[in-house]
Design a protein around this ligand. Structure first.
Ligand SMILES: [Ca+2]
Ligand SMILES: [Ca+2]
Length: 230
């Protein structure tokens, strides 16, 4: 009896070890520069395939940006734009443009296209920033946005999202599984571990870096950024 039990226990331990090794090494390759524990990650596709049941329960939503005026500011009155790690380094760049390709199919609506290049001999990253105007996110628990890649220009399957509160410390989350079709990405607030005060949100950031971006040049569209209560 005892021998059998020990056998089962050691089998479980070996199994657990075998499972944890690939998980750890994957997390390390995902974000080697991050001082925080492990990179949070979700498959965009997993989120996109099971959204309906959740939407029914919550209902509260704050639209941050639908881009449908084809101009600044966002729906909260906040500015947005692109940034480069080194604007003087012409081997890395990012540009944005409003495009008539609304995520929800509104014929008069717009999305924002981001053409990025982090293919550089130097450390390279750039991205998109959007001010949240001190929005109170405490009635909500999820950030949502739609994203798709450009099949012709190529696009990264992975990108980093950051949220910042008034302390301005970036809290990061890696999104993966981006495809050339619109997908809704929903990330629970609890994944952004460095946000201490959700009552006065400062900024939303999308980062293309030379670690997560493959290919290192490409084009991605984003639309319908919102907070929701799920
Ligand atoms: Ca739109
Ligand atoms: Ca380049």
């Amino acid at each position: 009896m005892k021998k059998g039990l020990i056998g089962i226990i050691s089998l479980i331990m070996v199994g657990g070890l075998a499972l944890s090794i690939p998980a750890m090494s994957y997390a390390q390759t995902a974000e080697p520069q991050a001082p925080a524990p492990a990179a949070n990650e979700t498959k965009a596709q997993d989120v996109a395939t099971a959204p309906a049941a959740k939407a029914a329960g919550g209902g509260q939503e704050l639209i941050i940006a639908d881009f449908d005026t084809g101009d600044k500011p966002n729906n909260l009155g906040g500015d947005f734009g692109t940034w480069d790690k080194d604007p003087n380094d012409d081997t890395q760049s990012i540009t944005s443009a409003f495009v008539q390709d609304d995520a929800k199919g509104n014929p008069g609506g717009y999305a924002l296209r981001l053409d990025y290049d982090v293919d550089s001999p130097n450390p390279a990253y750039n991205g998109f920033w959007m001010k949240l105007e001190g929005a109170d996110a405490t009635p909500y628990n999820t950030i949502n946005f739609y994203i798709k890649g450009d099949a012709e220009k190529g696009f990264t399957k992975r990108a980093k999202i950051e949220l910042k509160d008034q302390t301005n410390k970036p809290s990061a989350y890696i999104v993966s599984g981006i495809t050339d079709q619109w997908q809704k990405i929903s990330i629970p607030f609890e994944k952004f571990r460095r946000i201490t005060d959700w009552s006065k949100m400062n900024e939303f950031v999308l980062v293309f870096d030379d670690i997560n971006s493959n290919p290192k040049t490409g084009s991605v569209e984003i639309d319908d950024i919102s907070f929701s209560a799920e």
